[in-house]
Write a new protein. Structure first.
Length: 105
């Protein structure tokens, strides 16, 4: 048996073959203020759909009320769109004009 040398390529050529994994884009789900949707309903939506504790839900509801828009949560695109649909369906079912938007963060 002879001497067998094996060499391993390292450096730029090997690094070029590796792809960088980037985290998925994040999207914010926002509730928009209107003059008709009751505050209690908004708090219930925040607690039940976004799973916020009551204190945080009230704080977000007040932000919506005073600043015309409030951030409910940040998610990947599919989850954010699902949350938006859940809010819109529930609002329509209960006769409220509440609007919900999704924005890239």
């Amino acid at each position: 048996m002879g001497n067998i040398k094996t060499t391993r390529k390292t450096g730029a050529a090997e690094q070029a073959g590796r792809s960088k994994i980037t985290p998925p884009k994040q999207y914010g789900v926002f509730l928009l203020n209107d003059d008709y949707t009751p505050m209690d309903f908004v708090v219930a939506v925040l607690e039940e759909i976004f799973l916020l504790p009551e204190e945080k839900a009230v704080a977000v509801m007040l932000m919506v009320h005073h600043e015309q828009k409030g951030l409910c949560g940040v998610y990947t695109r599919d989850i954010a769109q699902t949350k938006q649909q859940q809010v819109m369906q529930r609002a329509r079912r209960e006769g409220h004009p509440l609007q919900c938007t999704v924005e890239e963060m």
